[in-house]
Write a protein that binds this ligand. Structure first.
Ligand SMILES: *Cc1c(COP(=O)(O)O)cnc(C)c1O
Length: 494
């Protein structure tokens, strides 16, 4: 009688361990050209004798191996992914289909303008919608990510201030800003000064008033900020900056809390970026491509990256003759497939649909907040926007920290929330349910979190051992990054 095989997905060998000499995973057609010795054709320098430990496996073994591994991942297609500050929402498959339409997927960046009119129209139309959604005057689609958009925005501010004679020295940043904001300001050559938040989790306008003078180039504000709260004094903040000739930069990565409800151009923002891969339907994570378009008011338009798309009597064309431009920030036209998905999403939803997504995202975050109030400590008791932030203060008394609560959540079948961020909340639990989750899914999540809160009181060791239902439990979280072991021995094992 054969051995009962442990379910293979539980114990997947490395491909190298499955290797068996002589197996191959492909078939090539018979050669229809004379065979040549690679050594002769290419020279010894370019030809490898051997790839050490290269696995020899069949096609179906490769397919099964990677398919099994893929089932080890948690994914948005499996359940709630409540990572705050990330917007891990479900993105309609329709947009994927649109991005793969022949003519779009096969387009080449060197295609002449006369053969790319449809593609230019896509960019132009998206720019127009994004300008409308943000209440701004002009948009560049070039930046490839949120942080890249921030840098582009600050370079625009620098160019604008330089054109007026003085680039200035400092950028003010609230302590509730996303971490990329101070990094961006420093890379753009500015000194960062921090503004503390008030007890409501918003910019302290009085503290700020004392800091604004002629040396300030701009204030960078994440809005809604990283504690999930809308900066209610934003118009006043803008007025104060403008009085001193400074600019207001808004980090609009969390625009999914505002689309269709509030337009930054109307509350005094001069320049902002959007994260298409958060708000406008591009799946992200794992370092996949994104897009961080930048929207500006009229006075910053001359400085936008080239080329700009121009409408002429012969159709759309690229205009690179813009002497004040900061130049290119990205090869070609940005991550085009991401732009297509965003436009498809906008058109499929329409104005009312986009607004509904916003309203649902905010409703869901507040629903989760209400469900967990009393079970977890709430550092700021203001209404949530798209995400809600708790601290582990109640559980820390029992010796359990936010990271451990998050690991226990894995046992309940959910991806963890964002742990220990934002930094201004000690032991933060940052939860962003997004608009795509149903009440039922949210109820299950809230119940799981409540159950964990009870476990912390009743049996904290259980929580501190978690996860207990996964293939591996606690791994050394820093060793893998600090001392990665990627050595192939001669026998192909690592
Ligand atoms: C995600 C995020 C960013 C960074 O965006 P990337 O595309 O990862 O560079 C910046 N600011 C805020 C508020 C964010 O949520």
């Amino acid at each position: 009688m054969g051995r009962i095989r442990q379910h293979q997905t539980q114990d997947e060998a490395l491909l190298f361990e499955r290797s068996s000499p002589g197996k191959i995973g492909y078939q090539l057609p018979r050669m229809d050209v004379p065979e040549t010795d690679p050594l002769e054709a290419l020279g010894a320098k370019l030809v490898r004798n051997d790839v050490a430990g290269f696995p020899e496996v069949s096609e179906v073994e490769v397919i099964r191996h990677f398919t099994r591994l893929s089932t080890w991942n948690y994914a948005i297609d499996l359940g709630l992914y409540p990572l705050g500050s990330c917007t891990m929402k479900y993105n309609p498959r329709l947009n994927e289909a649109v991005a793969r339409i022949e003519g779009i997927i096969d387009a080449h960046p060197y295609q002449p303008e006369c053969l790319a009119q449809g593609l230019l129209r896509i960019q132009r139309t998206l720019e127009m919608y994004l300008a409308d959604i943000t209440g701004m005057d002009a948009v560049t689609l070039q930046p490839a990510a949120g942080a890249h958009g921030e840098l582009t925005g600050l370079l625009l501010i620098r160019a604008y201030l330089e054109s007026r004679g003085n680039a200035r020295r400092t950028v003010l940043i609230p302590d509730s800003a996303h971490g990329t904001n101070p990094a961006t300001a420093a890379i753009a050559g500015y000194e960062v000064r921090e503004i503390t938040s008030n007890r409501r989790g918003m910019i302290d306008v009085e503290a700020m008033r004392a800091m604004v003078d002629g040396s300030v180039a701009a204030l960078m504000v994440t809005n809604p900020n990283t504690v999930g709260i809308f900066e209610q004094d934003i118009a006043q903040v803008a007025g104060l900056l403008h009085e001193h000739g400074a600019q207001l930069y808004m980090d609009g990565a969390n625009m999914n809390a505002l689309v269709g409800v509030a337009r930054p151009g109307e509350f005094g923002v001069d320049v902002m970026h959007l994260n298409l891969h958060k708000t406008f339907s591009t799946p992200h994570g794992g370092g996949g491509p994104g897009a961080g378009p930048v929207a500006v008011r009229r006075h910053l338009e001359p400085f936008l990256p080239v080329p700009r798309i121009q409408s002429t009597s012969e159709g759309l064309r690229f205009d690179s003759n813009r002497p004040s431009s900061i130049g290119r920030v990205r090869a070609f036209y940005g991550n085009f497939g991401v732009l297509v998905r965003a436009l498809a999403y906008i058109l499929a939803h329409g104005g009312d649909g986009l607004r509904n997504a916003t309203v649902d995202a905010v409703l869901n975050a507040n629903y989760v907040r209400k469900g967990l109030e009393g079970h977890f400590d709430l550092p700021y008791d203001a209404p949530s926007m798209h995400e809600c932030i708790f601290s582990d203060a109640l559980q820390a008394k029992h010796g359990v920290k936010t990271g451990e609560i998050a690991k226990r959540l894995i046992d309940y079948g959910f991806h963890p929330y964002t742990v220990s961020f934002p930094l201004i909340v000690r032991g933060a639990l940052m939860i962003e349910p997004t608009e795509t989750e149903s009440k039922r899914e949210l109820d299950e999540f809230v119940e799981a979190m409540q159950a964990i809160a009870s476990e912390v009181k009743a049996d904290r060791d259980l929580v501190r051992k978690a996860p207990v239902t996964t293939r591996t439990s606690r791994v050394d979280e820093t060793r893998a990054a600090r001392r990665p072991t990627v050595i192939w021995n001669d026998d192909g094992r690592n």
